[in-house]
Design a protein around this ligand. Sequence first.
Ligand code: SAM
Ligand code: SF4
Ligand code: SF4
Length: 342
Amino acid sequence: MIDQFQRPLHDLRISVTDRCNFRCVYCMPKEVFGKDFAFMERDELLSFEEMTRLARISVAHGVEKIRLTGGEPLLRKGIEELVAMLAALRTPDGRPIDIAMTTNGSVLALKARALKDAGLKRVTVSLDSLDDATFRAMNDVKFPVAKVLNSLDVAHSVGLGPIKINMVLKRGQNDQDIVAMARHFKGTPYILRFIEFMDVGSSNGWEMGDVVPSAEVVARINAELPLEEVAPNKTGETSRRWRYRDGEGEIGVISSVTQSFCHSCSRARVSTDGKLFTCLFATEGHDLRALMRGGCTDEQLAEVLKQIWRERTDRYSELRSAETGRLRASGKKRIEMSYIGG
Ligand code: SAM
Ligand code: SF4
Ligand code: SF4
């Protein structure tokens, strides 16, 4: 399946819950996601069977990698059952699929073994600072760094690797910790990735001045811990790799804002309530839950999926400035990261 810019559908991200126990300032700010915020009701969520059905059809049409995300995916009850159902899927030529998860690590230590046994291959854990005060302020629920570090160790010990660590940078909030984070994870089994703060959703008050460009991140680390660029593992990889010249591992930078990678974007996202989005910056999704609950067959679902992907022209990040203006003028709201999954 190829879209209008010759991009295949290769990755599927499934948001398994819109809820989260953190209130990260760049994702679910408390002012918006407060006590009165209406999260989805249980019957609105896709069931594990519905998610697996969509995954199975997607895998039959080219998807080889599935990432579970959210919200906080580990808050969805029985998530390891979903992992086991997805792990049983095979590509048309009989290969297992690559199943990963992005998590804030808050309860990963408790769940890592069950997830591994169910067939999860690896996790990406978000951690924005090693400094407790900074991290507590960024997650805005006073969650301590030590618990996330413990989760990393447990996940590593049960074999959920290679483990990546996502650090979202917001200028003035945690950019002073860039080198300390690099130093801490240098020479460990963990691959640290620095992510530019994105203008996703409509809640996080994004401004260009908040973004720490990846080029600056690399320069700041390189000044103390010399780096050299490495070729990507595969095409379509969002992260650019840099390794330490002394051979002690590598870092990644994800430059969604300053160097877009739309030209190779092969990802589709399914929201918690079963809408298919072909771009993180979409304003509307395609309601696959309605089709499934309306009794459509697998063949019909596959046709819809093929048609949506064939018509896809998304390249928001490439057009960012023009699109941001157009969206603001139209009054349309972009969907939130916690709903569609990162
Ligand atoms: N709750 C899980 C977590 O935090 O890892 C999974 C969902 S979260 C939406 C997925 C990833 O998106 C996280 O690594 C998070 O840091 C990142 N993220 C959220 N909002 C972002 C933003 N505005 N810009 C860049 N990355 C963002
Ligand atoms: Fe929750 Fe993840 Fe968003 Fe933070 S980034 S609020 S942990 S969903
Ligand atoms: Fe993909 Fe949309 Fe992000 Fe471009 S802006 S990389 S098309 S999700």
